[in-house]
Design a protein around this ligand. Sequence first.
Ligand SMILES: *Cc1c(COP(=O)(O)O)cnc(C)c1O
Length: 228
Amino acid sequence: MAIADNLALVKSRITAACETAGRQIDNIRLLPMSKGHSSSDILAAHQAGLTRFGENRPQELAVKAAELAEVELDFAFAGHLQTNKAKIIAAFAAEFQALDSLRLAAELDKQCQRIGRELPVLVEVNTSNEPQKHGIAPADAIEFAHQLAVFDSLKVNGLMTMAVLSPDRAQVAACFDTLVETQRRLQDCAAPGSWEELSMGMSGDFELAIAKGATCIRIGTAIFGKRN
Ligand SMILES: *Cc1c(COP(=O)(O)O)cnc(C)c1O
């Protein structure tokens, strides 16, 4: 199916999920994950109305940003990042959704300072407690948040998680609940309006994420089809 048709279907599912959950659609941001798809696919999605795209490999981001430099769109980076690639994110990403270490925060801050920009970031939380998953442990969130305060170029807006990949909805729901609970603990000791963003939910679980309070859903396959 064409990208525009996929997108229309995803949007109608988002609308339905919002109605079921009693939520406003304006409070949910759709981040199309274009990683693994071509710049021409991104162009098709842009023509269908999307303006920010998610990538998870620095080199791929840099190539696409160059190929699409003349188009009114930008990129979010949502994936594990090695510290030595921070410069690419500072140069080409409008936001970073996977902050998971102090070392990375320090390097991103340094690279952003160097070019005089601010970088909106989300802290990635490992809500499934799987060893192969990235993200800080929920129990470390408060201390990590305090340590981020020194990085003037990072604008910390909230949390991101990848739920467990499981057909068991209860297990997926538990991951989303953990992210919401982590947000509550952070908000309890922060200025009003802090930590508002919750990036959770992908093609297979975004309706559940909306029901649980997601403000950003990251959708790849349901918009672009299978990745190569
Ligand atoms: C690819 C990706 C997604 C979207 O996955 P789909 O199942 O294809 O919708 C979401 N978040 C991150 C971090 C990703 O890398």
